[in-house]
Design a protein around this ligand. Structure first.
Ligand SMILES: [Zn+2]
Length: 224
């Protein structure tokens, strides 16, 4: 479902792609929170003492407020992925702004903290999406590597191989903690891949954490 965005992503500024100049790897999960899958990710990340950024959908957040509170309570960061998973190409700026704000308000209600980041569904960083995010005070962040974990053909090893095609150092990793816009149950491959990915990054002396841990130039980015 995510196609043809590579050229768009490469054309964007490195900071929008989630590239920093540090030994930090930003670990991000999209499309939750889903009670069927997200708790398994939270349990695994707790075992490995790793924090991440969860780009959540307002529609799911509205029916799973306790799960959002747990994500925050476990030390993770929450970002806005939109209200539902509709592509920004079919939304007006006003509609997008309202949906981002509703989602951001739910995040603040659950966590006590206003979100900082926005990642558009399908990575479609349209001008409308960029402007709407700025209206709400959200900074767009895409990714530098992904696990292609949305596919019905994805397996633990295939997710590991896909992520490792790009250097992790200073990068932002896109994975999914829910199958909202993916093949049913595909999150299980993501979960299977995680321990080996985390071990690999540790062996490279990389620090894994949420986007807020991306220092250097990334933290100086002033917005669109
Ligand atoms: Zn998504």
């Amino acid at each position: 479902m995510i196609t043809a965005i590579g050229p768009v992503r490469r054309a964007l500024a490195p900071t929008v792609a989630g590239r920093s100049e540090t030994c930090h790897v930003a670990l991000t999960f999209d499309d939750g929170p889903d009670p069927a899958s997200t708790p398994a990710f939270l349990d695994l990340l707790a075992v490995h003492d790793v924090r991440a950024t969860f780009f959540v959908l307002g529609r799911l957040l509205s029916v799973n407020p306790d799960l959002a509170s747990r994500i925050h309570g476990d030390g993770h960061e929450l970002g806005v992925h939109g209200w539902d998973h509709m592509t920004p190409l079919v939304r007006s700026r006003r509609r997008m702004r309202e949906e981002m704000r509703r989602t951001a308000d739910l995040i603040e209600l659950a966590s006590g903290a206003a979100p900082r980041w926005y990642r558009p569904p399908f990575g479609v960083m349209s001008r409308t999406a960029t402007l709407a995010a700025a209206d709400v005070g959200l900074r767009p962040v895409l990714w530098t590597a992904w696990g292609r974990d949305w596919s019905s053909r994805a397996t633990g090893p295939s997710v590991i191989n896909a992520v490792r095609r790009q250097p992790a150092r200073g990068g932002t990793i896109l994975l999914h903690d829910a199958d909202t816009a993916s093949a049913p149950g595909s999150w299980r491959s993501t979960l299977e891949a995680l321990p080996e990915l985390l071990a690999g990054w540790r062996s490279e002396d990389l620090t894994v954490g949420p986007l807020r841990g991306h220092g250097g130039l990334f933290s100086l980015w002033a917005g669109p």
